[in-house]
Design a binder for this molecule. Structure first.
Ligand SMILES: C[S@@+](CC[C@H](N)C(=O)[O-])C[C@H]1O[C@@H](n2cnc3c(N)ncnc32)[C@H](O)[C@@H]1O
Length: 222
């Protein structure tokens, strides 16, 4: 397994360009993902068809902004698939605060956090950061994957609330949740214009063919 690039902490690739993270857990797979062992290390394969971050990496993202030891605020944590890989990236000295508003879905996240002690599930609505501000600590990066009409506003509100100057905010956009009738390309342009009023965009990828009508923005707080 070789590092994907020096820019990506704890992310690796094999000879076929499949993406892996080095697992922090000796427990094998959590989501039926393939696990490769090299010596004492275990590498978990990250499916770009199941994760917008993995799709963005496959599309050649130049920087991710999530590094070992960081605290990540993860909005839209769902059952924990992508959060489990983010938990590998930040490692035992970092932390993933996973916000999910469906209690039924968050139950799986609770089970995951019992195995991965650097994940804290938070059942809350990401529209209201004031409700979970006391349950998170020193946020270095925000990642959001929420398919709601007001996903851009939710992201900007959380960036305003938690991010320090120069820190990364990562946003996965699902065009159809914002407006089904609009062409995704036009919508992505409008999202860009809206974001640029508040934050600096440093990378952008459209996620097809892995995630149809989705885009990924890498932003920096200014
Ligand atoms: C596309 S899924 C996330 C998948 C996950 N990021 C992954 O890759 O494993 C979106 C999740 O966001 C949650 N969600 C939607 N609106 C939300 C809100 N306002 N606050 C918190 N979570 C929300 C949904 O319940 C759903 O589980």
């Amino acid at each position: 397994m070789k590092p994907l690039s020096h820019k990506f902490s704890n992310i690796f690739s094999d000879s076929k360009n499949n993406i892996f993270t080095k697992s922090i857990s000796k427990e094998q797979s959590f989501f039926d993902e393939k696990v490769v062992r090299e010596g004492n290390d275990f590498f978990r394969e990250w499916d770009p068809n199941r994760s917008k971050i993995a799709a963005a990496l496959k599309k050649g993202l130049s920087q991710l902004g999530i590094k070992e030891g960081q605290n990540v605020l993860y909005l839209g944590a769902a059952h924990g698939y992508t959060p489990s890989f983010v938990s590998d990236i930040v490692g035992q000295n970092g932390f993933v605060f996973g916000v999910e508003f469906s209690p039924e879905v968050a139950r799986d996240l609770v089970f995951l956090s019992e195995k991965r002690t650097n994940i804290a599930p938070i059942v809350a609505d990401a529209n209201h950061p004031e409700e979970y501000k006391d349950r998170v600590l020193n946020i270095d990066v925000i990642f959001q994957d929420i398919s709601q009409k007001n996903q851009v506003e939710i992201f900007l509100k959380n960036c305003d609330y938690f991010l320090k100057e120069g820190c990364f905010g990562l946003l996965a956009i699902k065009a159809r949740s914002i407006d089904v009738s609009k062409k995704p390309k036009i919508l992505f342009k409008e999202v860009r214009e809206k974001l640029e009023k508040h934050i600096t965009i440093v990378d952008y990828r459209e996620l097809d063919p892995f995630e149809k009508d989705h885009a990924f923005f890498v932003c920096k707080k200014r």
